[in-house]
Design a protein around this ligand. Structure first.
Ligand SMILES: [Zn+2]
Length: 323
């Protein structure tokens, strides 16, 4: 038998069923035949690896700088945020609306530029956010949100115990996703956890090329409903459900066909920068972007229905775990 050094699957710990399916720079892309999770080997990264992976793509850096400009331009009513959140987040709002009373404290982990915080506040919940970005946290504080750069282990003293915890597009970046979920379950055992991760059936993959952002070291794991449910049950959640939300017009308006066509004919990887930034590379003012999204979402309805009919999902899988 040949000894191979291989990372074990971080969800089911299998080594035997893990096989290499692709490679990217210094990483191997592995797939677990037992739980269907795909993960990077090695399952870790450092800043230097990050820079090496993305330095040759000019637009990419902009893609990962949260659009703090738009957070500043957001109106006091925060209506624009209803357009900026993903289809999965819209589904998450619908789920939480069914169970949270006005004034209920909600914690959003990895709150980014705060689109979900805005949407929660519009529904009367008491929103708190944690994020690694200092710049966006400062902007969100100015806007009156309880917001900090702390992590879950150092949950700020004096903050209320959340009635629900949300975690959107965070898990796939973590070197130890199951350990993180376990810590979350332990720290907030009473709060339902509502989370999203990129969907393997997302319509933005119609162009046939994998999103650049979907490779390591940016995304270290790729989830399916099956692997996600397994990980959530494994850390102790008793009631777990997941779904592939349907694509919707608002999500379509932001990415547009332009990004998809780029991947199809130019062979370029779709990044958020391709979708959001015009050729000049600058973000348009939020009001201007909004006006564009309104007509794009109307124009996009037939496409959205076609995507649904063809079995493509919204960009993310939604999961709800509790108990
Ligand atoms: Zn596995």
């Amino acid at each position: 038998m040949i000894a191979t050094e291989k990372e074990a699957c971080p969800v089911c710990h299998s080594v035997e069923f893990v096989r290499e399916v692709e490679s990217f720079g210094e990483f191997r892309g592995m797939e677990c035949g037992q739980c269907t999770l795909q993960f990077a080997d090695p399952l870790r990264y450092d800043e230097a690896a990050y820079r090496r992976a993305y330095s040759d793509d000019e637009g990419t850096e902009a893609a990962y700088v949260p659009s703090v400009q738009w957070a500043r331009e957001m109106s006091a009513e925060g209506e624009e945020a209803e357009w900026l959140i993903s289809a999965a987040q819209r589904r998450a709002l619908a789920v939480l609306e069914g169970e949270l009373a006005a004034g209920a404290p909600v914690l959003d982990l990895g709150c980014g530029t705060g689109w979900f915080l805005e949407c929660g506040r519009r529904r009367g919940w008491e929103m708190s956010g944690l994020d690694v970005g200092e710049q966006n946290v400062a902007v969100l504080r100015d806007k009156g949100f309880r917001c900090a750069t702390a992590n879950v282990e150092a949950y700020p003293a004096g903050w209320p115990e959340p009635r629900a915890v949300t975690l959107f597009e965070v898990l796939e970046h973590l070197p130890d996703p199951v350990g993180f979920l376990s810590g979350l379950r332990e720290r907030f055992p009473e709060a339902p956890l509502v989370l999203s991760v990129p969907s393997p059936k997302r319509w933005t993959r119609l162009g046939g090329v994998r999103d650049l952002a979907d490779l390591p070291p940016n995304h270290l794991t790729r989830w399916t409903r099956e692997s996600l449910e397994r990980a959530l049950r494994q850390v102790g959640y008793r009631e777990v459900w997941t779904e592939h939300p349907a694509p919707d017009g608002r999500e379509f308006a932001q990415v547009g066909l332009r990004g998809i066509l780029k991947t199809r004919w130019a062979g370029r990887s779709l990044t958020q920068a391709d979708a959001l930034l015009p050729e000049a590379g600058d973000l348009p003012p939020l009001g201007e972007a909004m006006a564009r999204w309104r007509w794009k979402s109307r124009m996009g309805e037939p496409f959205v229905w076609a995507f649904r009919a063809a079995g493509w999902s919204a960009i993310s899988i939604l999961a709800v775990a509790r108990g």
